[in-house]
Write a protein of this length. Structure first.
Length: 107
């Protein structure tokens, strides 16, 4: 996987998680304009993630691992949530699955 693909995945994950965070803020603040901005950010994630020219199953299989990592980091550092150890363990399982999808053909 190229560095560009990793950058695209990280960018897409930030857009997806960030868009969801904006929608959440809009829903909790009862602000339709904020919700619509969140929709636009979420829609842009779909464009960005599909810039990587892979088979769809491999693309999203690997992306899920990146998304899971970014989601938990957002929870920890943006929303200041206390992440339980079981979540970190689950994240490591998801990342291992993404690595199997990405590198499994080489074994």
């Amino acid at each position: 996987m190229t560095y560009l693909a990793w950058l695209i995945f990280v960018g897409a994950a930030v857009l997806e998680v960030g868009g969801d965070a904006v929608v959440r803020k809009g829903l909790r603040g009862n602000n339709l304009m904020i919700i619509m901005i969140g929709f636009a950010v979420l829609g842009s994630y779909g464009v960005v993630v599909n810039m990587v020219k892979w088979d769809f199953s491999k693309l999203l299989g690997v992306y899920v691992a990146v998304f899971a990592l970014i989601s938990i980091l957002f929870g920890r550092f943006v929303f200041e949530e206390n992440i339980p150890n079981t979540t970190w363990i689950g994240l490591s399982v998801i990342i291992c699955g993404g690595m199997i999808i990405q590198f499994g053909n080489r074994i």
